[in-house]
Design a protein around this ligand. Structure first.
Ligand code: ATP
Length: 911
């Protein structure tokens, strides 16, 4: 193979020469041995990511936070004043703070990158004569890749088949209009952007079908060479974190002003400038919630990994928050609410209904009544045979038996037709060889049909299969059971299709068209001039609802979230499934189909106002074209809804982007949909959306819990300093002691709140209104209450200790311990918004206990280890002081408990 000799002139060679150079067979692909040899030579098909921000730079960036700047200035001035110990500790703490931020940020980033990578991109490859779905990393030069609309091109390909194939190559050329693709050789000097016979890695196919042979992989591709890949690091900011960043900046300004004021008041009262400067520093470092940014990032990251465990992969971090306020979920039907396990239950051909037995993909059932099985070779079953034949030839799926069970490749709707064919005793392999495909019109969800052309008994015959609304209007005749063309009986066909759909079956129609010799399938011409199809028959297939989706829809309703079904399927099929799943209730007003289901056609006639009303009132939308999803999302959003919308096709991308949460299917979704989405479901199951909403609410809860827990420390410390200055008393706590309290409690007492399990009633609350403030009145009141308790407790005990004749260091040590102990007790109040610490279980979050254990050791060290005493100006305290401190902590917990129970018992948390 001579890929290395040829650099980028594949476009000028005829296809057979390309195959010859790459030593591959276009019809069969590479053999496994050839693949192994090439993998050893070329490695994995992966572009080496551009290095992100290096660790040094990321560490340095930690120092750009305003808080850290304040600390550094304080440290520098303290050093200038000759207070070496204080200055050393301030710098030490600054460094530790930066280090914690650096490590946590790094972990959150790599977790997100790993999750993003876990959504692998797959491609259909021809190897050893068989179609296979493989991760795109497995490709080697010479591989034959089959492309369809929605695929992201996995490597550089020289196309050798292209049917209505169109690509968006903006990733490479910056041009966002679609370009048509073909397979003819081009002149050597054709520019890269004009090489219509090439498909380049990273570009996306938005239309049609095609096939190409891999000419370059990984870094050797054009994209790899120009290395336009963005660095992999995800953005860790979310609306909430940005809101908090703004809040912190204002806080900083306010604190700065207060610090200056404190300094001036002190001077005016005749205190020494040095003392007052240290007080101002204490105030500044105390009142800033240092742990907040890290706690938020960690809580979000924990939420992301919890969601991943429940099969929802977050691609964009803000989605975690938005999920908590979702008010409407618009879901696809097929595959999300249903299993996407199609089984043909009935065939209606030549005016006769044939039941089909058996279930799943094993072709072990029969076609027809057990007592009277039709003979497919008999002259009175010609229509049935034609229907099966059309379904099998106009088909891109595969059916094979693996070691244990039967499985299909490709679209389950098509797979089910192959299973039905085998139940009739025929075999698609033989038929496809006997009547090879000469041309095709690929399936497209907007057109809802596909067609293929074959040579059958000397005739050019095109088979069409698709939605009945597409095929019936194009049909002018039909076959009777014996295969004789007769005038079409539309009423009979529509009636049977309606009955099947009302029973929840997915209905697929088959038609055929005798074409002129030598002709090809030209979609535009067919659609322009119309065509006179011969109607052949209908397949009715069942696709059972997912059991978990039924309970998930129920949970959503309890959580005040409306679930709407938006499907490309028939109105009656959609309604029947919606009823089974509980999206609409059977009985009452909903019995009136016209009020319950809206079709794409009806939707198209509504103006924006009418659409808004309809989008609100109707829960099932059928025969919706992907483009209409965008209008629906907008209409719902205009009504103030927060919309989560699922999608899988290439045309769903705009709606996924417009939705507040775009959700793509991990299994059935196209690459284009996955890239547009905020979240990807690994098993396509609706239940994962409900789980993600629950987790999203939990994350928001835990962040609010952290804020409610941490702010009293800061406010309490600020109050203590200001009170001391105003009262003209020595500071009960020093700047260093404040730093110690803030840093240690944030990590060991506060962070465990990020691990707090989801509260039991979380899915019984109404969705959080977007724009509601993070803290409501009740929580602000609680924060003020605890801040005042901290002020009274620490100041009170500080003065009491001094009065008892203890040293200043001892009294300060007591004041510091008051802060830590009260915060530890208060932590139990913060674990739930409404419930008491006792009722949620004291031990239900073990990390709380690990944190408290560590804190006890640290406080004992601060109080009794001589080195710590020297560094932090502390001193050992006696048992009576400890008893008083613990009593204070316990009292604070009881007071907040009473406040929670009796003053704010009506509140149901912030979500
Ligand atoms: P959902 O949007 O809930 O996933 P869906 O799978 O029915 O629903 P589409 O895949 O857009 O949506 O299909 C729309 C219609 O097109 C189907 O109801 C069916 O009639 C027809 N159809 C689906 N798949 C094929 C296919 N492979 N070949 C021909 N027609 C098809």
């Amino acid at each position: 193979m001579k890929t290395s000799e040829r650099k980028n002139d594949w476009h000028q060679l005829p296809v057979d020469r390309v195959a010859e150079h790459l030593e591959t067979a276009l019809g069969d692909g590479l053999s496994d041995e050839a693949v192994n040899a090439r993998r050893a030579l070329h490695g994995e098909n992966r572009i080496t990511p551009k290095p992100g921000r290096g660790p040094l730079l990321r560490f340095a960036l930690q120092f750009s936070q305003p808080l850290v700047v304040v600390l550094v200035i304080a440290g520098a001035v303290t050093a200038f004043l000759g207070e070496w110990v204080d200055s050393g500790v301030i710098f030490g703490v600054t460094l530790i703070n930066a280090l914690i931020g650096f490590i946590q940020e790094g972990r959150a980033e790599s977790a997100l990158v790993a999750l993003a990578r876990s959504v692998t991109s797959e491609v259909t490859v021809l190897r050893g004569g068989a179609k296979r779905r493989l991760p795109s990393t497995a490709l080697v030069p010479g591989d034959v890749v089959l492309l369809a609309a929605g695929d992201k091109v996995p490597a550089d390909l020289r196309l050798f088949r292209a049917k209505e194939l169109q690509a968006i190559e903006s990733a490479l050329t910056g041009e966002s209009t679609a370009v048509s693709k073909h397979h003819k050789a081009l002149s050597p000097d054709t520019l890269l952007a004009e090489r219509g016979n090439m498909a380049y890695a990273g570009t996306v196919m938005i239309r049609g079908q095609g096939a190409g042979v891999v000419v370059a992989t990984g870094d050797a591709t054009e994209t790899g060479r120009i290395s336009r890949l963005i660095a992999e690091a995800p953005d860790l900011s979310t609306p909430l974190t940005s809101k908090m960043a703004v809040f912190s900046n204002w806080l900083l300004i306010a604190i700065g002003l207060l610090a200056v004021l404190t300094f001036l008041i002190g001077l005016w009262r005749g205190e020494s400038a040095f003392e007052m400067f240290m007080a101002a520093v204490a105030l500044a470092v105390g009142a800033i919630p240092e742990g907040l940014p890290a706690a938020m990032t960690i809580t979000l990251a924990i939420g992301v990994s919890r969601m991943a465990r429940r099969r929802a992969i977050i691609r964009k971090l803000p989605a975690v928050e938005t999920l908590g306020s979702t008010t409407v979920i618009c879901s696809d039907k097929t595959g999300t609410l249903t299993e996407n396990q199609m089984t043909v239950r009935e065939i209606f051909a030549g005016g006769v209904s044939y039941p089909v037995s058996g279930s799943g993909y094993a072709p072990t059932g029969k076609i027809g009544d057990e007592a009277d099985l039709p003979d497919l070779d008999s002259p009175d079953a010609v229509a049935l045979r034609q229907c099966l034949l059309g379904g099998a030839l106009c088909n891109d799926a595969g059916l094979r038996k693996s070691e244990r069970h039967w499985e299909i490749t490709g679209d389950p709707t098509e797979g089910a037709l192959l299973v039905a064919l085998r139940k009739g005793g025929l075999d698609e392999g033989t038929l496809q060889k006997q009547f090879p495909r000469l041309d095709e019109i690929p399936f497209d969800s907007a057109r809802q049909y596909m067609a293929t052309l074959h040579e059958i008994e000397g005739l050019r015959m095109a088979y069409f299969k698709g939605a009945i609304e597409q095929l019936l209007p194009r049909s002018t005749g039909m076959l009777d059971a014996a295969g004789t063309p007769v005038p079409i009986d539309r009423r009979q066909i529509e009636q049977r299709a309606g009955e099947m759909a009302a029973a929840g079956l997915r209905v697929l129609a088959v038609g055929r068209l005798v074409c002129l010799a030598g002709s090809a399938l030209d979609r535009e011409q067919l659609e322009r001039d119309g065509c006179a199809l011969q109607f052949v028959g209908l397949f009715g297939m069942i696709d059972p609802p997912r059991p978990k989706a039924i309970s998930a829809v129920k949970a959503c309703h309890a959580a005040g979230i409306v679930v709407k079904m938006i499907t490309g399927d028939h109105a009656l099929t959609a309604l029947s499934i919606a009823r089974q799943i509980g999206i609409v209730k059977a009985g009452g007003k909903t019995e009136n189909t016209a009020l319950t289901v809206l079709t794409g056609r009806e939707l198209a006639e509504l103006d924006d106002d009418a659409l808004r009303r309809a989008a609100h009132a109707v829960h099932v939308f059928a025969r919706v074209e992907p483009e209409q999803k965008l209008r629906l999302v907008r209409a719902l959003q205009a009504d103030g809804e927060v919309v989560a919308m699922t999608g899988d096709g290439v045309n769903d991308a705009p709606a996924l982007k417009q939705a507040n949460i775009g959700i793509a299917m991990g299994l059935a979704g196209t690459e284009v949909a996955k890239e547009a989405a905020d979240m990807v479901l690994t098993d396509d199951d609706f239940a994962a959306i409900e789980a993600a909403v629950e987790e999203g609410r939990g994350v928001y809860d835990n962040i609010v819990k952290f804020i409610t827990w941490t702010l009293p420390t800061n406010f309490g410390e600020g109050l203590v300093i200001m009170a001391a200055i105003v009262a003209g008393v020595t500071l009960p706590i020093t700047a260093l002691q404040i730093l110690w309290i803030n840093m240690t409690t944030a990590v060991f007492l506060g962070l465990p709140l990020a691990f707090e399990p989801i509260e039991a009633g979380i899915m019984h609350r109404a969705p959080r209104q977007p724009g509601t403030p993070i803290l409501d009145g009740a929580l602000i009141a609680r924060i003020v209450l605890v801040s005042v308790l901290l002020l009274a407790g620490s100041f009170g005990l500080f003065l009491l200790e001094l009065e008892r004749g203890h040293t200043l260091a001892e009294a300060r040590t007591v004041a510091v311990n008051v802060f830590v102990v009260v915060e530890a007790f208060y932590l139990f109040n913060c674990r739930s918004f409404e419930r008491s610490a006792l009722s949620i279980g004291f031990f239900s979050n073990p990390t709380v206990w690990y944190g408290i254990g560590t804190m006890v050791v640290l406080q004992l060290a601060l109080t009794y280890v001589p080195l710590m005493n020297r560094l932090f100006s502390t001193a050992p305290i006696d048992a009576r002081a400890w008893a008083e401190i613990l009593a204070l902590g316990f009292a604070a917990m009881l007071i907040v408990g009473v406040e929670k129970r009796y003053l704010h018992r009506h509140r149901r948390g912030p979500t």
